[in-house]
Design a protein around this ligand. Structure first.
Ligand code: FES
Ligand code: FES
Length: 168
């Protein structure tokens, strides 16, 4: 059987330039977790249904189980590990903790990445807007109410923070 050769890609992950040789059939979540050790991004359904693997690629939310690693060539990827600044949690991370929006935590990194994208566009979303923006992120534990509360609270916190933090 012919084995396809690896592809060399360069990308930015959490602000750092990376050069990697990736298997052509490996997904971005595999590359992030297995090659870069960024295990904060979770792999659950592997079919684009649950949102656990959500990361930002060029500022947009992507199910990293559906994107090949080679497709990330030349792009900018942000994972949950990239949100903290100087040891301080991102306001969305803090709001999830404060609101008790985390139980088993498996959905949480993906939820937070979707919330970050929403709040970059709308700092004061309604509950309906939060639910719509997070519709692709499933949670089996929390019942969603506290997650919605956390996103709204994070928007309020971000609105009083430095502009740099808001766009992070
Ligand atoms: S693991 Fe990617 S959407 Fe479920
Ligand atoms: S906290 Fe367990 S799946 Fe959401």
């Amino acid at each position: 059987m012919t084995r396809l050769s690896k592809h060399h890609i360069t990308l930015t992950v959490n602000g750092r330039a990376c050069a990697l040789d990736v298997e052509p059939h490996h997904t971005l979540v595999q590359v992030l977790r297995d090659q870069l050790g960024l295990t904060g991004t979770k792999l659950s359904c592997g079919e684009g249904e649950c949102g656990a693997c959500t990361v930002l690629v060029d500022g947009e939310t992507v199910n990293s189980c559906l994107m090949l690693g080679v497709e990330a060539d030349g792009r900018e990827v942000v994972t949950i590990e990239g949100l903290e600044q100087s040891g301080e949690l991102h306001p969305v991370q803090q709001a999830f903790l404060d609101a008790g929006a985390v139980q088993c935590g498996y959905c949480t990194p993906g939820m937070i990445m979707s919330a970050v994208r929403l709040l970059r566009r709308t700092l004061h979303p309604t509950a309906a807007q939060v639910k719509e923006a997070m519709a692709g992120n499933l949670c089996r534990c929390t019942g969603y109410r506290r997650i919605v509360q956390a996103v709204i609270a994070a928007g309020a916190a971000l609105s009083t923070s430095e502009p740099k933090r808001r766009n992070q």
